[in-house]
Design a protein around this ligand. Structure first.
Ligand code: TXA
Ligand code: MG
Length: 338
């Protein structure tokens, strides 16, 4: 199959969104930009189309998909909101939607089991990207995991989607580089004694600090413990082809003979810059060092360093505050992959 890439710009993004809608109505899957990472979209209510998503990604069927909605009014069509958390759900969605926050809520029976891997809950969000939002409005509910092969890094550009899934899908909509660059924050909400209890199942662009206003925030569990609650969060996610090694200031770096190393520093000013003859080098946030910029660039930098064919990519650790928590979550998963 030939994969067409259509550029969605200011003038014609609506026409291109309509083209995607037609393919989705025909049961096809399409690569669509969101503000976090590119998604591989299917009509969430069409179990056969959803099966195609799993097939194209090589994704195991126990790993549930995120459903994208056109707006919070669509919520009640796919989920049953328990009375005791309704207020919290309203407050959170009003604050963060459209945007990179995904809520796990009890599903309505209309949502096919294939979407939720048989779980009684479904993960939902409203994307802030106009193309995904428009497509979701027209289709009603769009299931879209990240548009990468299973276990690989999420694509943050249309060319990365083509590199991952080219030849397997009919269309990729090119909406440019993703403005967040990291997958959405996923939370679960439970009633608490005074305030609702918010559990972060996957850290992301919406930070713990931002969530605190809405309840008591429980930390994301260590990656090896959270298989049951976030079944897709297996350690081997987010992996480039090269092995990943984490380095922080003060650590001794001991390269092995005959191995080719690439280096991804935080600011481009690390003591390790000149300490080794790297086959390739980049910085997450050259100059000032901003965590938000590091988040946007993480997968992009890893992909481009990986393309130079190193055996190992050494990544400088960033501080685990704000979006740094999500960055280090992805870096650790990449490092755990081999
Ligand atoms: O930013 C994002 O969330 C991107 C864009 C495309 O929206 N999507 C994304 O989807 O990252 P995906 O499939 O790569 O990751 C979704 C993860 C699953 O791996 C699983 O861990 C979690 O969401 N998930 C989905 N449904 C769940 C549920 N019912 N309960 C717990 N976790 C769930
Ligand atoms: Mg993914």
């Amino acid at each position: 199959m030939e994969t067409r890439v259509e550029i969605a710009d200011f003038e014609d993004w609506r026409d291109i969104a309509t083209e995607a809608v037609e393919l989705l109505r025909g049961g096809e899957v399409v690569g669509i930009p969101t503000e976090t990472v590119y998604g591989l979209a299917a009509d969430a209510m069409n179990a056969e189309a959803v099966a195609k998503v799993f097939e194209v990604k090589g994704r195991p069927s126990f790993d549930p998909l995120i459903v994208h909605l056109g707006g919070w009014r669509d919520l009640k069509r796919v989920v049953e909101i328990p009375d005791d958390i309704e207020e919290a759900v309203r407050a959170l969605t009003q604050e963060f939607w459209p945007g990179p926050l995904t809520l796990v809520l009890p599903k309505k029976s209309a949502v096919p089991d294939a979407v939720t891997a048989g779980l009684p809950t479904v993960a939902v969000r409203v994307s802030a990207h106009e193309v995904m939002r428009e497509v979701a409005k027209q289709i009603g509910a769009v299931a879209a995991p990240s548009a990468n092969r299973f276990g690989k890094m999420s694509p943050t550009s249309a060319s990365a989607v083509v590199a991952e899934l080219g030849g397997k899908i009919p269309l990729v909509i090119d909406g440019g580089a993703c403005r967040e660059g990291l997958e959405s924050t996923i939370i679960k909400i439970e009633p608490g004694e005074k305030k609702p209890l918010i559990t972060v199942l996957r850290p992301g662009p919406v930070t713990r600090e931002e969530l605190k206003k809405f309840g008591t925030v429980k930390k994301a569990k260590p990656i090896s413990d959270n298989r049951v609650e976030a079944p897709g969060q297996v350690e081997s996610h987010y992996a480039p082809s090269a092995q990943v090694q984490i380095w922080k200031k003060g650590d001794v770096f001991q390269p092995l003979d005959g191995k080719r190393y690439a280096f991804l520093s935080y600011r481009g000013e690390s003591e390790l810059e000149e300490a080794h003859s790297w086959i390739a080098k980049d910085a997450l946030s050259p100059g000032g060092g901003k965590l938000a910029e590091a988040g946007v660039r993480l997968f992009h930098c890893l992909r481009s360093l990986d393309a130079s064919g190193p055996d190992v990519i050494v990544i400088e650790a960033v501080s685990e505050t704000g979006v740094g928590v999500a960055i280090m979550d992805r870096v650790r998963r990449a490092a755990a992959a081999k």
